[in-house]
Each structure stands twice: as C-alpha cells, then as structure tokens.
Design a protein. Structure first.
Length: 75
C-alpha cells in the first residue's frame, strides 16, 4: 500500500477539492477515493495524466506515487 497524504495535499493545493480534481482527471470520486485508500491501482496512463494535471516535477514522482506506507508497528 502506498502513502497518499502528499498526493491528497497536492490535489487540494492545485484544484481546491478532490471533486474538482476528479472532474479534470475524468475519474469518479469513488475511484479516486478507493485509490487513496489502497483499494484501486492507477495504470501508467492515469499516472501520466495526474502528473501533468498536478504539475509534479519528474524528480518528485516517486514521493507522490510510490512511497510505501509505513505501519506503526514498523517504526
């Protein structure tokens, strides 16, 4: 499971709300919510679109999409 807090923050920063981002990304609120909670995965096309919409620099992509969530018991 991936950490999504940074991505959530960027969505609000760029679009004001998850709902507005969903509309721009042509994704349902349900899909994005499920992704954020670890129930869905993004394909490469979606990742590319989200990177573009959120203006994420290349050197920060891993931090937004590929940082594994650390469980309390692992710290």
């Amino acid at each position: 499971m991936y950490e999504t807090n940074k991505l959530r923050g960027r969505i609000v920063e760029c679009f004001g709300s998850q709902r507005a981002f969903c509309k721009a990304a042509n994704k349902s609120i349900s899909f994005v919510s499920q992704y954020m909670n670890g129930g869905k995965f993004l394909n490469q096309k979606d990742i590319d679109l989200w990177i573009r919409l959120l203006k994420i620099p290349d050197d920060e992509i891993n931090a937004y999409f590929f940082t594994h969530k650390v469980h309390d018991s692992e710290t």
